[in-house]
Design a protein around this ligand. Structure first.
Ligand SMILES: [Zn+2]
Length: 233
């Protein structure tokens, strides 16, 4: 029913290997040199002792939840929250998850990776990535897990949920930072990536509910090339 509206996919002839050929706008997926995700290899990351300051300021707010292409995205109804990175304010504009993780740590995947997509006044994008492991008991995302299958049914369905994304975040704020791209078409570059080093956990039951909808929504790893990854030790 919803298939004709999906311009790209994670498998088949619209899968990641072919994204760059679907239309002109998507060409950067094949030609770009700063694509995401990447493997974060500890032997290659640069320790930065005076790391750029990162301040996360999220609060309880209402989100509109709807299907976007091959996933489910949440859009905050109030844009007055976000983060300050290196003195610049970024507002949270949307978030969503990928199963398994897109970025890897020493080539190891995590169960799920959430992307908190931000933008500043100049239109620059910053994505905060949060890894989660699957545990028998973990943070409770039950209500959101219930909504996912309902909105995924049809592009016309919208639902609302009130939550605080702080509940997704680890206590420690150590992070990896590099310059990359969006991981879905059009994979625009110029995106600042901040990947939190510490993984949090998600309860097995909730994970399974998300997995039913967004399993295998991770783009394959891209070449790091000349780029460097900084680590705020
Ligand atoms: Zn994403």
């Amino acid at each position: 029913m919803t298939e004709p509206l999906v311009k790209w996919s994670y498998k088949g002839d619209k899968g990641p290997h072919y994204w760059g050929h679907i239309c002109e706008e998507y060409e950067i997926a094949n030609t770009g040199k700063n694509q995401s995700p990447v493997d974060i290899h500890m032997e290659k990351v640069m320790e930065v002792h005076e790391a750029l300051p990162l301040e996360l300021n999220y609060k309880q707010t209402k989100y509109t939840v709807r299907r976007v292409e091959n996933s489910v995205h949440l859009f905050p109804q109030n844009k007055e929250q976000g983060l300050i990175f290196n003195g610049k304010h970024y507002n949270l504009i949307a978030f969503h998850g990928h199963i398994p993780s897109e970025h890897t740590l020493n080539e190891q995947y995590f169960a799920i990776e959430w992307h908190l997509v931000h933008m500043n006044e100049e239109g620059e994008r910053l994505v905060l990535a949060v890894w989660m492991d699957q545990e028998l008991s973990g943070s409770d995302f039950g209500e959101l897990a219930t909504i996912f299958p309902q909105v995924f049914e049809d592009f016309g369905i919208e639902m609302e949920i009130s939550l605080d994304v702080s509940g997704f975040l680890p206590e420690k704020r150590a992070y990896f930072k590099y310059q990359g791209s969006l991981t879905t078409p059009p994979t625009f570059e110029g995106v600042t990536w901040i990947v939190l080093r510490e993984a949090t956990s998600i309860a097995h039951e909730d994970f399974t509910a998300f997995q039913d909808i967004i399993q295998d929504t991770n783009r394959p790893l891209q070449e790091l090339g000349d780029r460097s990854i900084h680590h705020s030790a």
